[in-house]
Design a protein around this ligand. Structure first.
Ligand SMILES: *[C@@H]1O[C@H](CO)[C@@H](O)[C@H](O)[C@H]1NC(C)=O
Ligand SMILES: *[C@@H]1O[C@H](CO)[C@@H](O)[C@H](O)[C@H]1NC(C)=O
Ligand SMILES: *[C@@H]1O[C@H](CO)[C@@H](O)[C@H](O)[C@H]1NC(C)=O
Ligand SMILES: *[C@@H]1O[C@H](CO)[C@@H](O)[C@H](O)[C@H]1NC(C)=O
Ligand SMILES: *[C@@H]1O[C@H](CO)[C@@H](O)[C@H](O)[C@H]1NC(C)=O
Length: 357
């Protein structure tokens, strides 16, 4: 496995570190964490996760192979990783999102080396469970997106599509393309894709090839993290899910001390829980924490010298009895070892939020 591009990105990012106020590590929440289930070899990488309506987790593997894993009853002792489906036309999986009741979209690429996709192999598939209490599912390719850079975080959007004749509620996908620095929109019935938003705030930089990373919709906004720019942004969208007329991108929060801001999720109060992967930390970004929405943050769990959330990549709240649990996928610190040398197999960790929600 070649990690050169990643290591290069990080060394350049560190060289370019801007003067920043000290990271609020000391007054972090230090919420308790535990391991739910681990893969069985190092050099592995879980990139993202989604939660079924019955509370089971679906986890995408980027390394070593393109397997979607299933974890049943993730809140129970002895939860296990079960391989659910190995995709036939990719070498690694990236993003996942639910877009309908127990229907999920997964994106993937053929990679020639670590985070180096082969051109024109960025694909989106659908995995649909027939019955929420059972595990049988169907898989189908939705589309291969020509010209995609690196497909990454995804979310779905349901709105009244005024372009459709019946003007009925319809769901589309919003896909972050980290290398092209755009948000793409995919029509789930036809597979047609288009660029939803192309803006400087989505782009990578000469220091990091990862621009927009996580993308999620809350209320009338689409929110995203940009890894290269180390920041959180949003833009207002209309009922079709397209940027509102004359809307401007808002910079909500700069996090210059966080080398790699990855994917995130919202809690029921609208706070954001974000993966800071090379800092082995989950951050909380408060909705009402300062002079404006999403302008303050702190470390919530994990720490830079610990494997507890080693190389954390994405977060998702559990369902049912697990609704106060934040599940997190990890890469086992594979790209940026803890203390320079320590890695572990990819895993799913749980952060207990019952004291703060
Ligand atoms: C690791 O897990 C995979 C899939 O779950 C399995 O195919 C493989 O045999 C396991 N390897 C070892 C060494 O246990
Ligand atoms: C990925 O590579 C395999 C093997 O070469 C090929 O069969 C498959 O079509 C490729 N995937 C895409 C989306 O082009
Ligand atoms: C998907 O494309 C079809 C055919 O053009 C169109 O009728 C439908 O409204 C589109 N759906 C969305 C969500 O854009
Ligand atoms: C975040 O991680 C980077 C290494 O990836 C490290 O240089 C930096 O000191 C860490 N920041 C904090 C606040 O721990
Ligand atoms: C990293 O180094 C610190 C300081 O020596 C130590 O406390 C910590 O346990 C180390 N972490 C790992 C995962 O080995």
């Amino acid at each position: 496995m070649r990690l050169t591009s990643f290591a290069y990105m990080i060394s350049l990012a560190n060289l370019a570190r801007v003067e920043a106020k000290p990271f609020p590590q000391n007054d972090g929440l230090n919420l308790p964490t535990h391991t739910v289930a681990s893969f069985n070899q190092t050099g592995s990488w879980f990139e993202n996760l989604a939660v079924r309506p019955n509370g089971d987790l679906l986890v995408t593997m980027m390394l070593p192979d393109p397997t979607l894993y299933h974890i049943k009853s993730p809140g129970s002792k002895g939860a296990q990783l079960i391989p659910l489906y190995k995709f036939p036309s990719a070498t690694g999986l990236v993003g996942i999102t639910e877009f309908g009741n127990d229907k999920f979209a997964v994106n993937m690429h053929n990679f020639s080396a670590f985070v180096s996709p082969v051109a024109d192999t960025g694909a989106v598939w659908e995995i649909s469970f027939a019955n929420t209490h059972k595990d049988d599912f169907t898989a189908r390719e939705v589309t291969v997106i020509k010209g995609a850079g690196l497909l990454n975080g995804m979310t779905s959007f349901t709105g009244k599509n005024s372009k459709s004749r019946e003007c009925k509620a319809e769901t589309s996908l919003i896909v972050a393309d980290s290398y092209a620095g755009v948000l793409r929109r995919v029509n789930l019935s036809t597979g047609a894709d288009e660029i939803l938003l192309d803006a400087p705030e989505l782009k990578p930089t000469t220091e990091s090839q990862f621009g927009v990373n996580g993308v999620h919709v809350l209320g009338n906004y689409v929110y995203w993290t940009n890894t290269a720019l180390r920041a959180l942004y949003r833009i207002s969208i209309n009922s079709d899910g397209y940027p509102s007329k004359n809307a401007a991108v808002e910079l909500l929060l700069s996090m210059p001390e966080i080398s790699i801001v990855d994917d995130f999720t919202f809690d029921r109060k609208g706070n954001i829980w974000a993966a800071a992967s090379s800092n082995n930390t989950v951050l909380v970004i408060y909705k009402n924490g300062g002079s404006k929405e999403y302008s303050t943050y702190k470390s919530a769990a994990g720490e830079v010298t610990s494997l507890a959330l080693g190389g954390v990549t994405a977060t998702a709240f559990g369902k049912g009895g697990d609704s106060n649990t934040l599940f997190a996928s990890t890469s086992g610190a594979t790209a940026v070892p803890v203390n320079g040398t320590v890695t572990e197999p990819a895993k799913i960790a749980a952060v207990d939020l019952s004291s703060v929600l």
